[in-house]
Design a protein around this ligand. Structure first.
Ligand SMILES: [Zn+2]
Length: 468
């Protein structure tokens, strides 16, 4: 296609000045007509006042186990500018929200989420990429409407969705993307079929790898390439699978997958880029090998023993733990390999939480919902189920400021600049106005439709039930 300048020149050389002038004015006119329409399409979020004042709210700040006295909170742009027990005067144009004594708290964070793997079936995932992305976009909106304003995505082709959310094209949470889950051949994350074997060394990648769902690496060099490919696309951390998993077709639970040299190659590449590696690992052996290689965070850890729990605490390694609901286990077909593996893993969930408490391991909260919209709708209920081991305040501190501490391990590779998971001056304005006191009743977060009356992300309001 011709550029504007080329078009201009070609007209100038062959036609009169009148025609040139006419064409120019047509182009200007069409630009004027198209511009507002294009803006309307690109921004489903309505144009909003830049300044919001929450009046008469009691604050759960993400760290303290008690609510503040009645306070006022001023948000300017995407930042909390001022918090005061005294009145804050509203300048002209300020949107004022009368909290009526309700609780203002930080947006929730889920650090084990797979934004691309919830609505789609495994078969969809390897099919039409456009369809998968549209499903994920709709799910992202629901995620935000459940009060989860940030997720750490630990595997899946999520870069496009993240970009569209950040650009305001679609509605969803902030995403800390890992990109493709990196696995060895046959490991957790290798979702190929036996008919795909043998892999031709140097041959074209499998479908799941082409779309960025997972990446297979069987040597330190291959690991480096795959890690760096994720970093190039904007990964804020790297996810490897260091041992067997439940949902994968060919990895037994007890196996260790990557070699120490391979794990070390991943850690080195991530560290050079200013970020860290997190690994999927259940067993003590897989966890210990990962820690020895410099891995900073363990996903699950359900089958660890006492000595490994102690080691994690001593070394300050993060445990990203999930109170997986029973339906996840019972949903697997009886007699299937996956169900058999789940039976082995499930008793470990409670044990891991007990270890986490006993040794004060740095523990983060996530859900790990896969391929189930109904389960995703229970994201808040899964958080509330932490009540088995924690007080409401402990559970909510974990899902806000503690989770944000884990996100901060991404350092300069964090896609968002500013503090998350807290209500304090200068922090990013991701806020929920809750009808009731969640520090007394953690189950309020299980019913976000009813109990979250205002949802704000990045200073923008996505829900306000008080105006109706
Ligand atoms: Zn997962």
């Amino acid at each position: 296609m011709m550029s504007y300048a080329q078009l201009d020149n070609s007209i100038g050389s062959s036609r009169t000045g009148v025609l040139k002038l006419l064409l120019r004015s047509l182009l200007v006119l069409s630009a004027l007509l198209i511009a507002p329409v294009a803006r309307g399409i690109a921004q489903p979020v309505p144009v909003q006042s830049d300044v919001t004042l929450f009046q008469n709210v009691r604050i759960f700040d993400g760290k303290s186990s008690t609510l503040s006295s009645p306070s006022n909170v001023l948000v300017r742009g995407n930042t909390i500018e001022r918090i005061s027990a005294g009145p804050i005067s509203a300048e002209a144009g300020t949107r004022v929200i009368d909290g009526g004594g309700r609780t203002l708290m930080p947006g929730l964070i889920d650090v084990h989420w797979h934004a691309m793997l919830i609505r789609s079936t495994p078969a969809d995932l390897f099919g039409d990429v456009g369809y998968t992305n549209l499903l994920a976009s709709d799910e992202a909106k629901d995620t935000l409407m459940r009060g989860f304003t940030t997720v750490r995505d630990v595997g899946g082709p999520v870069f496009g969705l993240k970009r569209a959310i950040d650009e305001g094209v679609v509605v969803g949470p902030r995403i800390y993307p890992s990109g493709a889950m990196i696995t060895v051949t046959s490991g957790h994350g290798d979702f190929r079929q036996l008919s795909d074997l043998p892999r031709q060394i140097g041959g074209p990648p499998s479908r799941g790898e082409q779309i960025g769902g997972f990446a297979i690496a069987d040597s330190p060099d291959e690991v480096r390439v795959r890690v760096r490919e994720q970093l190039m696309q904007g990964a804020s951390q790297i996810k490897l699978t260091a041992g067997g998993g439940v949902s994968s077709p060919f990895s037994p639970i007890d196996v260790v997958t990557f070699t120490p040299a391979e794990l070390h190659a991943a850690v080195e590449a991530a560290q050079n880029w200013g970020t860290y590696v997190t690994v999927h690992a259940f067993t003590s052996e897989a966890i210990q090998q990962a820690i020895a290689a410099g891995v900073k965070c363990i996903e699950h850890g359900f089958l660890m023993d006492d000595a490994t729990a102690k080691l994690m605490a001593q070394k300050g390694i993060w445990l990203s733990l999930q109170p997986l609901p029973e339906e996840m286990r019972t949903g697997l077909p009886e007699g299937s390999v996956q169900r058999e593996k789940a039976e082995e893993v499930w008793p470990g969930i409670a044990r891991a939480y007990e270890f986490a408490r006993k040794y004060r391991i740095k523990t983060a909260f996530g859900t790990d919902v896969l391929f189930s919209r109904p389960l995703a709708q229970r994201q808040g209920a899964i958080l509330a189920s932490l009540a088995r081991w924690y007080t409401p305040a402990e559970a909510l501190i974990m899902a806000t400021s503690t989770n944000a501490e884990l996100l901060a391990l991404s350092g300069k590779r964090s896609p968002y600049h500013g503090k998350l998971g807290v209500v304090e001056t200068g922090a990013l304005a991701d806020l929920l106005l809750v009808d009731g006191d969640p520090l007394q009743d953690v189950n309020l977060v299980a019913d976000p439709v009813k109990n979250f009356v205002v949802i704000m992300k990045d200073g923008k309001i996505y829900k306000n039930a008080l105006t109706r």
